[in-house]
Ligand binder design. Structure first.
Ligand SMILES: [Zn+2]
Ligand SMILES: [Zn+2]
Length: 396
């Protein structure tokens, strides 16, 4: 990429400020839709770097849009190429930054600022503050509001214990279910009761049997959130919460229908009434964009980070709201190791790992690779064509 040295030098110049951003976010973790400190901190940094910022954005109080150039050119006759860096910054309840989103934010803000410093008239650079990745689906809501329209690429990275540039993610729907029965003395008059807990237990049994008849990559998992209060009272209320996941949306819809069949059947069997409710937005599966991955792989190797051997796209899949973004435009979401392979995500160990000198060193390298990948997208029309061709092909 012509200009790589310049954009990397711009990252070097910002480096200490970016590490400070990461450390400040880590020290003050905020959960989904409560990320006021992060929004203020990151927007302020970007304004200093010459961006204009808008927050609240698309109806979300803790989302922001930072764009450069800050005026003019936005409405030019010939639309300029545009690259957006996605910054996540929400933490997990009780665990703090156990998913390392403090590093995502620092890398995306840094890459955006560095690219803007060298982009000249090549195109537009945006940094989009996307809240509530951990439940809440901030990006799904932003996508529905049209936040990604008119962009050529969405770029970010995710910290991990293993470097893997493409990992698929599963489509997901969350369900809440409650059973309503009739309370009665469990010894003196059980025949007068209708056991809501039986409804939940039978639902789990039915789903357990259903699993045998589903495709391998389907995941159905749940917890009982209410199951009665005393063993000598037939519970008149019980509830559970489920997540249902599959590799594509059509099959997910079919699986959800069958799960709902289990839930209703359990009500029938226990003589109770069931209420089923969908919680939050549905997550779409991740659609990789290989031309973008190839550029990033090359840039990442140049900063000394190599992909782990034997990486399997379909191994260890979860769900992320980046999936919904990847259904709208070419999207890059690589995982890069910040610690040893045996440190599980969403654990106190990972939260500690996300705040080490080693992790910030990796963040800065990734920041450079993201910045020069963005520069390639802005300056190489042929690459943009390949990305969009691949996108339209569906990447299957
Ligand atoms: Zn997470
Ligand atoms: Zn995460």
């Amino acid at each position: 990429v012509a200009g790589r040295e310049e954009v990397w030098a711009a990252v070097d110049e910002l480096a200490s400020g970016l590490v400070e951003l990461g450390r400040k976010l880590h020290a003050r973790p905020e959960v989904a839709f409560r990320e006021f400190f992060a929004t203020e901190l990151l927007s302020g940094f970007l304004r200093e770097a010459g961006f204009r910022t808008i927050s609240p954005w698309c109806g979300l109080e803790t989302a922001f849009c930072a764009f450069w150039p800050s005026e003019g050119k936005q409405q030019a006759e010939k639309p300029a190429p545009a690259v957006a860096y996605l910054a996540e910054y929400d933490a997990l309840p009780d665990l703090g930054h156990a998913c390392g989103h403090n590093l995502i934010a620092a890398a995306s803000v840094g890459a955006g600022a560095a690219l803007a410093a060298v982009a000249g008239d090549k195109g537009r650079v945006l940094v989009l503050g996307t809240p509530a990745e951990e439940g809440g689906g901030g990006k799904v809501r932003l996508a529905e509001a049209g936040a990604f329209a008119g962009l050529d690429a969405a770029l970010m990275f995710h910290p991990s214990c293993r470097t893997q540039l493409v990992r698929r993610s599963l489509a997901m729907v969350a369900l809440e279910v409650s059973y309503h029965g009739r309370a009665a003395h469990a010894a003196a008059a059980p025949h007068l009761g209708r056991n809501a807990l039986d409804g939940v237990v039978l639902a789990f049994s039915g789903i357990g049997a259903l699993r045998q008849q589903l495709r391998d990559e389907v995941r159905i998992h749940g917890v009982i959130t209410a199951g009665g209060k005393a063993p000598n009272v037939i519970p008149d209320f019980a509830a559970a919460s489920f997540m249902v996941r599959a590799l594509d949306e059509a099959y997910l819809a079919e699986v959800v229908r069958r799960v709902e069949g289990c839930l209703r059947g359990a009500a029938e069997a226990s003589g109770t009434e069931v209420h089923i409710q969908r919680i939050g937005p549905a997550y779409a599966p991740f659609r990789p964009n290989y031309p973008l991955v190839e550029v990033f792989r090359r840039e990442l190797a140049l900063v000394g980070v190599e992909e782990a051997a034997g990486a399997d796209e379909y191994e260890g899949m979860a769900s992320t709201d980046v999936g919904n973004v990847s259904q709208l435009l070419p999207t890059l979401h690589p995982e890069v190791a910040i610690c040893r392979e045996d440190v599980p995500g969403h654990s106190p160990e990972f939260a500690a790992a996300a705040n080490t000198a080693e992790a910030y060193e990796v963040m800065l390298r990734v920041c450079k690779a993201l910045a020069s990948t963005g520069l390639a997208v802005l300056s190489d029309g042929k690459l943009r064509k390949r990305m969009w061709k691949e996108f339209r092909r569906g990447s299957e």
